[in-house]
Design a protein around this ligand. Sequence first.
Ligand SMILES: O=c1ccn([C@@H]2O[C@H](COP(=O)(O)OP(=O)(O)O[C@H]3O[C@H](CO)[C@@H](O)[C@H](O)[C@H]3O)[C@@H](O)[C@H]2O)c(=O)[nH]1
Ligand SMILES: [Mn+2]
Length: 566
Amino acid sequence: METLPPLQKCTVDKFSAIVTRTHTFIHSIAILFMLYYRLIINLKEIPISFLPYWFLIFVSELILSFLRTLDSAHIFSPVTRSVYPENLPPDDELPAIDVFVCTADPIKEPALGVMNTVLSAMAIDYPPEKVTVYLSDDGGSVTTLCAVHEACRFGEVWIPFCREFGVKKICPETFFQAADDEINGGKDYLLERENIQKEYEEFKERLKKAQENGGTKDTGVQFGPNRDTVIEIICQRGCGAKNNGKAKLPSLVYVSREKNTSHPHHFKAGALNVLLRVSGIISNSPYILMLDCDMHSNDPSSARQAMCFHLDPKISPSLAFVQFPQRFRNISKNDIYDSALRNCFVVRWPGMDGLIGPMLSGTCFYMKRKALYGTAIHKDMDLSELKKYFGSSNEFLNTVITCINDKQNDTGIKEFADNKIQEARFLASCTYEEESQWGEEIGFLYHSVVEDYFTGFIMHCKGWKSVLYNPSRPAFLGSSTTNLNDTLVQGTRWNSGLAEVLFSRFCPLIYGLKSRMPLLERMCYAYLASQPLYCFPAWFLAIIPQLCLLNGIPIYPKRDNENMVE
Ligand SMILES: O=c1ccn([C@@H]2O[C@H](COP(=O)(O)OP(=O)(O)O[C@H]3O[C@H](CO)[C@@H](O)[C@H](O)[C@H]3O)[C@@H](O)[C@H]2O)c(=O)[nH]1
Ligand SMILES: [Mn+2]
C-alpha cells in the first residue's frame, strides 16, 4: 500500500520530561518532610491557645501540597509538534471553514480593533470561496454594523494586496505600524503600499465619523437592551473583488442576536451557539475558527497548519480541536506578573498535549463542528429525535444531519433567499433554545462562565482529543489586560467560573472518574478548577507567620534546631 506523505509529526520532549519528573520527585520528598515537621515536631511546641493558628497554617500547606501534586501532572510528558502543509491535498479538496468573531461592547472593544480582526480573518491564506466570516455583535451597536460594511469595502483592496504581495502581517493596523513589513517588493509594491495606506486612513476616518454619528448608515433598526435579531450578509462569496477579479473575498456575515431582558443570554457561549445555528444554515462548514475580537490573525497560514492535524487520518477521527497559544502584543518587556500566560501556553498545555490534549482556551482554535454537536447524536436519528436536542427548525436539523454524516458541504454561501434570512432570525431568537439541549449537551455549555474550559472538559470526558500547535511565528496576536481594574475583573470572572465547576457535580476529580478521561488529564483539569483555593493559603500565610513571630511562637524550624538538616 502506498504511504501518504506525513502531514504532522509529534515529538516527545524526553529531556524536559526527565528534568521535570526528577524535580517533582525531589519536591514531593520536601513536602513529606514538611508534613512530618508540622505534625510530629511542631505540634508539640505550640501553646494550646495558638493551636487554631497552627491549624490554619497546616491547612494552607495541605492545600498548596494538594495543588502542587495536581500540577505535576501537566509536565509529565511534554510534546512538540511540527506540520507539513506542503503535503495537504489541493485547494479544491480542502474543507470549508467558518470563522466566528465575537464582540460585545462597542466602548471597550472599539470598532477599529474589531474590524482589524475581521479583516485579518478574511485575509487568511485559504480558498476564499471556502471561508465565511461571521461577526457576532452582542453589543447590538449600529456603529459596529456600519463599521463592518466599511471593513468589507476596505477589504476589497486590502485582501487582493495581501494575496498579490504575500503579506504576512494580514492585520492592517499591525502592518502599517510595523517598522519592517517583511516584503521585498520593489517599486510596484511600494507604490501599491502607499495607495492602500491612503485607503486605510480613509477607512479609519469613515469609522471615526460613524462612531461620532452613532452609525451613519440607515439600517432601519433600533438597537437597545431589548432588541430584535439583525442578520446581514455583508459580502457574498467572491463579491465585488477589484483587481480584475484576481483575488476574491471570503463571505462576511453580521449577526446581532435577539436580546430580551427577561431571557438569559448566557454571555459568550450564548452568542457562539447562535452563530453555530445561523452559520449552519448559511455555510455549514465542517471546521470553525474561533476568534475574540481583540485577537487578530498574525499568520495567513494558520488554517493550513490546523488542517495538517484535522486531515491526518491517523488522528482526525477523534480530534475535536487544534488550539494555538494566545500570544499578546501589548505585554511589557519584563512581564513579572506573567500576563502573557506563559505558564499555560508554554509549560502546561504542551504537557497536556502529551496526554489527551490541551484545554480549550476561548480563542485561537480550529474546532470540528461535529464535536460541538454532542456524542449522544448518531447517524440513524430521525428528525423528531434530533428536535429534542437541537430545537425545532427543520432546516437547521437537515444541516446537522449533513454534518454528522460527514457529508462535505458545498462550500460558501450559494444563493441566500429571503426565507433563509427569516429562518436564521428564528434561530437567533431568545426563545429558540427552550426545550432543547443547547448549552446542556449541544454547542458551548452554559454551566460555567468559563465556557471554554468547561466545554473542552466535557469534550475530553466524552473521548474527544485536542492538539496544541505552537508555531515560531505567532499565528494570532491579541491584547491582554493592562491595568489592575481589568485584571481583577477578569481574574474574578475566571475564578468564579472555575469555582462553579469545582463545587458542582462536574468537579473534575469526581466527574472525570465516570468518564473515559485518563487520571493525569483529570488532574490537570482539577488543578485549574482548584485555582480559587489559592486564596486561602495566600491570606493565611500572609498574616499568621508574622503574628507568630511577634508572639515568639515557633512555626518554622530554627536554624540551630537539632532536627534541622544542615
Ligand atoms: O456576552 C458576551 C460577553 C463576551 N463576549 C465576547 O467574548 C470574548 C471574550 O470576552 P472578554 O470579556 O474579552 O473575556 P477575557 O477574559 O478576555 O477572555 C478570556 O476568557 C473567556 C472566558 O473563559 C474566553 O471565552 C476568552 O476566549 C478568553 O480570551 C470577547 O470577544 C467578547 O466580545 C460576547 O460575545 N458576549
Ligand atoms: Mn479578552
